[in-house]
Write a protein that binds this ligand. Structure first.
Ligand code: ASP
Ligand code: MG
Length: 493
């Protein structure tokens, strides 16, 4: 397998190594050893790739040393590959756009024949594969994984070549060559635990610590050598896996924002970047669609207790957000999120006795209709819950028929969930503050849920009031720090 060893401009590289803050050996290790991950939009074209390459170089110069850089496919390449697969099934094989994108980039940097040949070889392999799909009229999950793998396999070779050209010693590696071995659940493979040891050994014994390993995100191999993918957006998981396997100081996910925000900036313009969140809080935020890592991607970092830092490649001196073991206890509330346009369903048992089994019947019915519930509150004879737009219940929905003989169902439209990511050990303080704000603004809470996770408190309000509610809460928790006088005695009421 050609791992794309690039044209080394050895003189420049030697000079650069001299200038490195730490060259290993007997010198003191003061550099931060990190893994950096860059997503597709950060690598969309030559200009973006150049920005990232220069960023890596300047980060090394200030002691932020990547053992590995994980790259996604360039721009929308993964989607384009998936489309190319569909077209092949319809009888059309065309990789022109992908050829143009990758070869134009190579030309713009003047990366030379060697790199161009490597990419041509991959593109030809891709084209052959698509011709196979066209002939066989078959595109299995296993073939799909092989198909999309070409995106990352091309992007790393270009990135490594550009880094070498600007004097940063780099080498491209398809992830399996460094030990990324997975299960065979194509499209959604899991990293095998044995990969950790393999990756660690590769980095300690085979990769020159003065070279940056440029590694394909998102893809892996089964033990028998079949290419797999880790699910869409899987490059983050590649980064956390390598960071954990090599016990690096930090896992850095570079984006184009200053980190995780206190609130959606499209809703609250004065939203601020959060400096620190716990893994649990970040997972909760991800669920609400905040630009965070997928909870699965955080697992390796969480287990190895390695901080994940979300940083802005357009503002590299900003510290970004650190996701770590502990939350930031200086702030009562970490972030405010919301989910709009949801339904609130009240289900009240019509059998006054034997509430026994009522909840289980309700949940079984929701499961039967594949309706996933977000927030929930219950009493012995009733349960209220919310459903998002994707799984809404309408008049005459089969759910109502199924539950009709045991309950009355009342569906209320136009609701929103406001969720505060906070430490629920301080819930009295949070609730007192929220209700003070809501009382001042005349906002009624229709349902409340707390405690299922240790980091969130949710309020259901009318969707028409959500903006005013969130603005006021943000103002109170993040801007004006409004005061709530808590009783001084310790007795809980
Ligand atoms: N390129 C893959 C995707 O678009 C993986 C990633 O970007 O993390 O899903
Ligand atoms: Mg992507």
């Amino acid at each position: 397998m050609n791992t794309g060893s690039m044209v080394l401009e050895s003189e420049k590289i030697e000079a650069f190594k001299e200038g490195m803050p730490n060259r290993g050996g007997d010198e003191k290790h003061e550099d931060k050893r990190v893994v950096m991950k860059f997503g597709g939009s950060s690598l969309a074209d030559a200009e973006r790739i150049e920005h990232v390459a220069q960023l890596i170089k300047s980060q090394i110069a200030i002691g932020n040393r990547p053992a590995a850089v994980i790259c996604s496919a360039m721009g929308k390449t993964t989607n384009n590959l998936l489309n190319a697969g569909d077209f092949a099934l319809e009888g059309r094989v065309n990789v022109d756009a992908l050829r143009t994108l990758h070869h134009t980039t190579i030309k713009e940097f003047d990366l030379g024949q060697h790199v161009a040949d490597d990419i041509t070889e991959l593109l030809n392999e891709l084209e052959n594969m698509l011709n196979g799909v066209k002939l066989l009229q078959e595109l299995s999950p296993r073939s799909l994984d092989m198909l999309v793998s070409f995106g990352e396999r091309m992007s790393i070779r270009i990135m490594a070549a550009r880094l070498n050209q600007i004097g940063v010693p780099a080498e491209a590696y398809d992830s399996w060559t460094i030990g990324m071995i997975t299960t065979s659940e194509f499209g959604d493979a899991r990293v095998l635990p044995s990969s950790m040891e393999k990756i660690k050994n590769t980095f300690s014994n085979k990769i020159d610590p003065n070279t940056v390993a440029i590694v394909t995100g998102f893809i892996g191999h089964t033990e028998s050598g079949k290419i797999t993918t880790l699910g869409r957006g899987g490059s983050d998981l590649t980064a956390t896996t390598i960071g954990a396997a090599c016990s690096l100081d930090e896992i850095q996910v570079w984006k184009d924002v200053d980190g995780i925000m206190s609130c959606d900036p499209r809703m609250v313009r004065s939203a601020v970047p959060i400096s620190r969140v716990s893994f649990e809080e970040a997972a909760e935020l991800a669920y609400f669609g905040a630009k965070v890592l997928h909870p699965i991607a955080m697992m390796p970092a969480m287990e190895a207790q390695i901080p994940v830092r979300v940083k802005n490649s357009y503002n590299p001196s900003h510290p970004g957000t650190v996701i770590n073991k502990d939350r930031d206890n200086e702030n009562l509330v970490t972030a405010i999120t919301c989910k709009r346009d949801i339904q609130l369903i009240d289900i009240t048992s019509t059998r006054m006795l034997g509430a026994y089994g009522f909840l289980s019947k309700v949940f079984n019915t929701f499961e039967k209709h594949k309706l996933s519930v977000d927030v929930l509150a219950s009493s012995e004879v009733s349960v209220s819950l919310t459903l998002d737009k994707k799984s809404s219940v309408y008049k005459g929905h089969p759910l109502c028929d199924d539950l009709g003989d045991i309950a009355n169902i009342d569906v209320k439209e136009g609701k929103a969930i406001i969720t505060l990511i906070t430490d629920i050990k301080r819930s009295s303080e949070v609730l007192a503050t929220v209700f003070k704000v809501f009382m001042e603004k005349g906002i009624e809470v229709e349902m409340l849920s707390q405690g299922a996770s240790k980091v969130n408190i949710s309020f259901i309000v009318s969707d028409s009031l959500v903006e005013s509610a969130i603005h006021s809460l943000h103002m109170c928790f993040f801007e004006e720090q409004c005061e709530i006088t808590m009783p001084t005695n310790d007795k809980e009421v």
